[in-house]
Write a protein that binds this ligand. Structure first.
Ligand code: AHR
Length: 525
């Protein structure tokens, strides 16, 4: 009697301390490695850096005279961190800022001091301009995605900017670029034809936007000799900003015109913006929240799948060959500004919930990889769902950063079909799929599997049922933390960091044990 009571107490103790051990959910994930789906483009892991708050100034640019270690004014710690996640492209200079940006104010020895009316009305020193952005892109080993000012600028201004950046011929603008320190033409991989032209980019109707976009598409030329045949610059038009008739109409109008386009204009991508916000103005806390807010935000983020399906269906009508990519170039969690911060600076913390949110979205993009070939999370540093938070000479890597690091093997991988019964996680009246998963053959030839355990209370025992490959083991990394709102801070930077995970096949079965609320990436060997 006594012994069994002790045993029960021990079990109860175990269940309290390790609720995960008490009730692991069994999940079977079938992966057929002999089949392949769409490529998971490296460009799905793109970033966005706008002149907003401390996204550029302090986050990237400290100036050459700063005591913070830097190379030509660009902070070394941030560059090293970004190099490690192989950022494929960076969208710049905005956002709303792009449609008020005049590139000439940001070149040469004398910079114009202007204002940033969109974001706090603060001074814009223009010390970070074209040459600095391109230097930054070069230092982190990325590609430039430059959005031109289609709202308050002119086609001539944008055309001259691209001549300044890309020509190798001895024009006046080429000489000016050389005099500013860069004789060789810059490579511009992506051109953004405005930003949110239906709102901060000029409140245009789709028809009016289209007539403007055609003009910019024709006249904004890339002259870089290395980008004339292969590696041509891709042009990305403004697309929808949500769900419903207004946005369907926008996609419909642009795509219908694309179907009938002539030689003199073209687009290769249609942008889509969709933040996880639930309430407007953003009211959810980025730290100091509980399970209900965790479930509400994740439920909302999963709407991305439906949104992509709806706009892809419209695109399919006019572009069945999927020549035009759907480019989700602004997405992520958008929460209430941190108390004490400038509300115009969009400062928020980044928690384990954001890591899970990022994984769920990256998986959605990967599953739609035939149409969704690029995405840019908003934003890279110190703004919204950032990779990095800085404070003077210090920096901290966020849980979202670690997801991007763990997903590196998926860059330019080939997706492999995955089937599973996700089960259900319930919180109040919210039901969510308990797990999510993607698999792909990496460029290294290995089979990579990602599994997200959304359930914050129960561990998962995931049996990988593999066809087309014999597996002995799985090794990789897992990211979890004690609480749904666990964060990394300057004082405690290791609250949410990946740790090693592995499993050996036993009796022909390969079973991964996943912690509650975790993101796991393994290579199957
Ligand atoms: O990312 C912040 C802002 O959100 C961007 O400037 C704008 O394009 C969007 O509305």
């Amino acid at each position: 009697m006594h012994a069994s009571r002790t045993g029960r107490r021990a079990l109860l103790f175990c269940a309290m301390i390790f609720p995960a051990l008490a009730a692991a959910q069994r999940v079977e994930i079938s992966i057929d490695a002999s089949k392949s789906g769409p490529t998971i483009s490296r460009n799905l892991f793109g970033q966005f850096a706008e002149h907003l708050g401390h996204g550029i100034y302090e986050g990237i640019w400290v100036g050459p005279d700063s005591k913070i270690p830097n190379t030509r004014g660009i902070r070394n710690d941030v560059v090293a961190a970004l190099k490690a996640i192989k950022v494929p492209n960076v969208r710049w200079p905005g956002g709303c800022f792009a449609d008020e940006y005049h590139w000439r104010q940001g070149i040469g020895a004398q910079r114009a001091v202007t204002l940033n009316p969109n974001w706090g009305g603060v001074i814009e020193p223009n010390t970070f301009g074209t040459n600095e952005f391109m230097d930054f892109i070069d230092q982190i080993g990325s590609e430039a995605y430059v959005s031109v000012n289609l709202g308050s600028g002119t086609p001539q201004e944008a055309a001259e900017w691209f001549e300044y950046m890309t020509t190798a011929q001895p024009t006046t603008l080429e000489k000016e670029r050389a005099a500013n320190g860069h004789p060789a033409p810059y490579k511009v991989e992506f051109l953004g034809l405005g930003n949110e032209s239906w709102d901060c980019g000029g409140n245009m109707t789709p028809e009016y936007y289209l007539s403007q976009a055609k003009i910019y598409s024709h006249f904004v030329r890339n002259f870089n000799p290395g980008q004339q045949s292969k590696d041509q610059m891709l042009k990305i038009a403004v697309g929808p900003g949500g769900d419903g008739p207004r946005w369907n109409d926008w996609t419909e109008t642009v795509m219908k015109a694309y179907q009938q386009h002539t030689w003199s204009w073209d687009i290769n991508g249609l942008s889509m913006h969709s933040y996880t916000v639930v309430k407007w103005p953003p009211a959810y806390k980025s730290v100091g929240f509980g399970e209900t807010e965790y479930a509400e935000i994740l439920k909302s983020t999963l709407e991305m799948d439906d949104l992509i399906k709806k706009h892809s269906a419209i695109m399919d009508k006019y572009d069945p060959e999927k020549k035009v990519a759907l480019v989700v170039d602004e997405w992520g969690g958008w929460y209430a500004p941190l108390p004490g911060s400038n509300p115009g600076f969009l400062v928020q913390q980044n928690s384990l919930r954001d890591a899970i949110l990022a994984a769920l979205n990256l998986n959605i993009f990967a599953r739609h990889g035939d149409r969704v070939r690029m995405s840019n999370i908003a934003q890279m540093i110190n703004v919204l769902q950032a990779m990095i938070l800085t404070d003077k000479d210090k920096m901290v890597l966020t849980p979202t950063y670690y997801v991007y690091k763990m997903y590196l093997p998926f860059q330019d991988s080939t997706s492999v079909p995955v089937t599973f019964d996700a089960g259900t996680y319930r919180q109040g009246d919210i039901s969510l799929p308990r797990v999510d998963a993607v698999a792909a053959k990496g460029k290294d030839g290995k089979l990579w599997v990602e599994v997200t355990n959304v359930d914050p209370n129960q561990a998962a025992e995931v049996e990988l049922k593999l066809a087309g490959v014999t597996a002995k083991s799985a090794t990789g990394q897992t990211l979890s933390a004690p609480k749904v709102d666990s964060v990394n801070t300057l004082e405690a930077p290791n609250g949410v960091v990946p740790k090693a995970v592995s499993a050996e096949a036993e009796g022909g079965k390969l079973t991964l044990k996943l912690e509650p609320k975790s993101v796991t990436v393994v290579a199957v060997e």
